[in-house]
Ligand binder design. Structure first.
Ligand SMILES: Nc1ncnc2c1ncn2[C@@H]1O[C@H](COP(=O)(O)OP(=O)(O)O)[C@@H](O)[C@H]1O
Ligand SMILES: [Mg+2]
Length: 381
């Protein structure tokens, strides 16, 4: 899949952008605070997934303007499509979203059309940071390949909030334990479904990532990735999320009720699960070096791209926001070699990124939100 046009007007500091990116490599270089990440964010918004920067809607529109429009056209194996994303300062709730000219209700309805994998410097800490970051990562990955998944997660989150409020009320004697029943049944069903999808995704991730990690460590290290469930001791080979798994989930919730009431929150469930990474048998979170964390992050992101490619029969677009400068030359080359053939957008402060032999691309400069084609670099062998 590749993007054929990016148009933006009124998005943050970007001055009217209208460009036709190269099918392979697109490098945007410029000093800090010129609008490089804003450009990546504009493209990302058209995937329908929440901003990776968690920018509030009201902060997306240029402070000097009332309106913003982003339009991204992209081609997959079958056709060219266009996503149009507009917002008005006076009516932020009612976004104007169109897919091929047809209005869609919410950003999540855009899922699965424009597929991108975004990689930012914050992602380099994924195996080091909190379990929440890893859960967010896996949820985003699954939502890219499973349409209803983000809706199920949102519902689970709402129910957990209700249940936690109820637990506190029970502790204060304002509610009775019986009132938990209805919430628990729903949690068990949604939680089982999420557990199973996450577990199966983690298995795929592990199989791609362990091969890539063996390469990046030149055969010296072995990466293992496992889904850690706070509810289930075994998920392998299980399928019946609405039956067996939901019953087991419900049992765990029931067994823990008294402890939950004391704690004032639900202690077990998919909101407490984790993705455990180990290198040569040692947990990354506790033992890995900076370099090992980086390599782990790189192979996780690359695996996300490969899984999308496998599921969709088409490679996603890769957005590398300011990450190359964080990597040593070996890791830079490794990443670039693994995404060869995919459309890549790279932002950096350096204009002297080396194009590899046979790699075609375009160089742009961003200054004060203005994007100029800098120099066309096409190297033939
Ligand atoms: N809503 C907005 N309106 C105007 N400018 C904005 C808005 N939001 C962010 N900016 C500006 O965008 C710039 C940051 O752009 P960014 O893409 O993060 O830079 P970088 O090139 O370092 O990646 C800052 O100068 C910031 O003030
Ligand atoms: Mg930036």
């Amino acid at each position: 899949m590749y993007i054929t046009r990016i148009y933006a007007d009124g998005f943050k500091n970007l001055k009217k952008v209208d460009l036709s990116p190269h099918e392979e490599l697109n490098i945007f270089w410029g000093k800090n605070a010129q609008g490089k990440t804003n450009l990546i964010e504009a493209v990302w918004l058209c995937t329908g997934v929440r901003s990776f920067r968690s920018t509030k809607d009201s902060k997306m529109i240029d402070i000097d303007k009332d309106h913003m429009t982003i339009e991204v056209s992209f081609k997959d194996n079958f056709r060219e499509q266009t996503v149009r994303y507009s917002m008005d300062k006076n009516n932020l709730k009612e976004k104007d979203l169109f897919l091929n000219g047809v209005k869609v209700k919410t950003p999540s309805k855009l899922f699965g059309q424009l597929d991108c994998v975004v990689f930012t410097p914050e992602d380099l800490d994924i195996s080091k940071g909190s379990p929440e970051n890893r859960r967010q990562f896996i949820d985003l990955c699954v939502s890219q390949i499973k349409n209803n998944y983000s809706g199920v997660c949102a519902k689970y989150d709402r129910i957990i909030e209700h249940r936690n409020a109820l637990l506190k009320n029970i502790a204060y004697g304002k509610s009775s334990k019986d009132e938990l029943e209805g919430w628990d049944t729903q949690l068990a069903q949604l939680g089982s479904y999420i557990s199973l999808l996450r577990y199966n995704y983690t298995k795929k991730l592990a199989s791609f990532a362990s091969k890539l990690y063996s390469e990046i460590s030149q055969g010296k290290e072995k990466l293992e990735i496992n889904y850690y469930s706070t509810v289930f001791s075994k998920l392998e080979g299980r399928k019946d999320f609405a039956g067996d798994l939901a019953r087991e989930y419900l049992d765990v919730l029931k067994k823990n009720t008294d402890e939950d009431i004391r704690a004032g929150f639900t202690m077990k469930g998919i909101h407490r699960d984790d993705i455990i990474t180990k290198i040569n048998g040692l947990a990354c979170r506790d033992y890995a070096s900076q370099g090992q964390h980086r390599s782990t992050a790189l192979v996780l992101k690359l695996s996300q791209a490969y899984i999308l490619e496998q599921e969709k029969d088409d490679a996603p677009c890769i957005l590398l926001d300011d990450v190359l400068s964080e990597l040593d030359e070996f890791r830079q080359k490794f990443v670039l070699s693994k995404i060869k053939g995919m459309q890549v957008f790279i932002t950096c402060c350096e204009k002297n990124i080396q194009f590899e032999k046979n790699q075609h691309g375009r160089l742009y400069n961003i200054e004060g939100g203005r994007i100029k084609t800098h120099k066309r670099k096409e190297k033939k062998d």
